[in-house]
Structures are given as structure tokens and as C-alpha cells.
Design a protein around this ligand. Structure first.
Ligand code: PGA
Length: 251
């Protein structure tokens, strides 16, 4: 059975003390969330060590938001998977649309990053999603299918145990425009079909697929009620512990 997960993507927000405080509040309020729901916070690199201290021995897991596409060496400004693991992080987000859009993250680069992350023992939240032009041109299924295939078809059924997919339509991120539950569901079902075709029905059924893009407590219930939506990757609403926890309680 696949796991329901709510992950907070803090993006480039909060100072270290603010992040530590937010993590403490999430831990405190996590008692209100049913035990079977996975909780993850994805902090900036600078916050990983102090937040790991806060999360130690709790149910809330730590994630990075990116990693280097090289193992180590002369790559100024980059952060390796080995470094992430040494902070206590268990996860990394990869392929977020902001990384694809502003930092030239390609599917090919993502294959290298996912490979390194899995080899280091990190789990991956791989983001896919179409932009507004692609949606309006009716290409959303094709775009998401291609992104999924381009990265995940380099991996095995065994690898898929450590990979979560997040469908995030770019036009819904930070815009207040959420995909309707139906729009999200049909893409999630499509992703699951792509996985089934490559890895078999069992793997497809066992893979957690999150929705992201202006997900908040007021729409989470309807989204999470869809058969193929297994939780959310939350941006803006993850910066307030009450909002984040309210979403996690929406299953
Ligand atoms: P949002 O961001 O919830 O602020 O729309 C989601 C994301 O980009 O992960």
C-alpha cells in the first residue's frame, strides 16, 4: 500500500532561527495528524543541520530541495548528496519547476541527480508538471508523460520504492490558482499508467503521487479524496505551521 505524505517545500524562505522555530511548531502540532500520514519538511541547505536536531526522534522527516549533479570535487557553490546525508536529511526534492525554469535543470541532469541521491540512500520527490502554454495547447498529458519517462525510465522497480512523484502544474504554483480535483486526478492517473506500463501494476499502485500548486487547507480535502492523489507538496502554506498541519489533517 502506498503512503500518504504531506511535504512542506519552504523554498528560499525563513532565516535559520525562523526555520528552527517553524520546525519546532510542526513537530509539536504533528500530534494532531494521524500517525499513518508521512510528514516532511524541505528546508534550505543552510537550515538542514539545525532543523535535523529539532526533528531527531520525531515523525517529521527532513528533506533538501535540490542536490548537485556531481558526487564531489571542484564545483563551487554546489551541495552533494553525501553532504545532505551527513546533515540527517532523508529526502531531496528534485526537478522542481522553479529549478527547471530558472536554473536550467534538464531531464538529463535530473537522471544524474536521482541516481546520485538513491545511491547515497536519499529518497527523492521528483516534480513534474506543465506550464500554462502547454496546458492551454492541450499538451499537459504529453508533457507530464514525457518528463516522467525521461527521468524515471532510467531506473528500476526497486528504485521506485524510494521515489515519490509530485505533479505540480506550473500555472498553479504560488498563483492561488489550484488545479481542480478532476484536473489533478486525471494527470495523476496518467502518471500511474505510465509507471504501470514500465514497471508493472504493483509498482504503479505502490508509488506515492503528490499534488502541488496552491494547495491549502480549504482545497486539500477534495484533492486528497481523489483515488490517485496521495498527498501534497506544499509551498506557501507550509510556512505557517497551522496551515501546514491543517492540510496534513485533510485526509
Ligand atoms: P505553492 O507551491 O503551494 O506555493 O503553490 C508549491 C510548490 O511549488 O511546491
Amino acid at each position: 500500500m502506498r503512503k500518504n505524505i504531506v511535504a512542506g517545500n519552504w523554498k528560499m524562505n525563513t532565516t535559520v532561527p525562523e526555520g528552527v522555530q517553524l520546525a519546532k511548531e510542526v513537530v509539536e502540532k504533528s500530534k494532531e495528524v494521524p500517525a499513518e500520514v508521512g510528514l516532511i519538511v524541505a528546508t534550505p541547505f543552510t537550515h538542514l543541520c539545525p532543523v535535523a536536531e529539532v526533528l531527531k526522534g520525531t515523525r517529521v522527516e527532513l528533506s533538501a530541495q535540490n542536490c548537485a549533479d556531481k558526487e564531489k570535487g571542484a564545483y563551487t557553490g554546489e551541495v552533494s548528496v553525501g553532504m545532505l546525508v551527513s546533515t540527517g536529511a532523508k529526502w531531496t526534492i528534485l526537478g522542481h519547476s522553479e529549478r527547471r525554469q530558472y536554473y536550467g535543470e534538464t531531464d538529463a541532469k535530473l537522471v544524474d541527480k536521482v541516481q546520485l541521491a538513491l545511491a547515497a540512500g536519499l529518497k527523492v520527490i521528483l516534480c513534474v508538471g506543465e506550464n500554462l502554454d502547454e496546458r492551454e495547447a492541450g499538451k499537459h498529458f504529453e508533457v507530464v508523460k514525457t518528463q516522467t519517462e525521461n527521468v524515471l525510465f532510467h531506473f528500476t522497480a526497486e528504485d521506485m520504492k524510494n521515489i515519490v512523484i509530485a505533479y505540480e502544474p506550473v500555472w498553479a504554483i504560488g498563483t492561488g490558482k489550484t488545479a481542480t480535483a478532476e484536473q489533478a486526478q486525471e494527470i495523476h492517473a496518467c502518471i500511474r499508467k505510465v509507471l504501470a506500463g514500465k514497471f508493472g501494476a504493483q509498482v504503479a499502485d505502490d508509488t506515492t503521487i503528490l499534488y502541488g500548486g496552491s494547495c491549502k487547507s480549504s482545497n486539500a480535502k477534495e484533492l486528497f479524496a481523489q483515488p490517485d492523489i496521495d498527498g501534497g507538496l506544499i509551498g506557501g502554506a507550509a510556512l505557517k505551521s497551522d496551515d501546514f498541519i491543517a492540510i496534513a489533517k485533510a485526509f
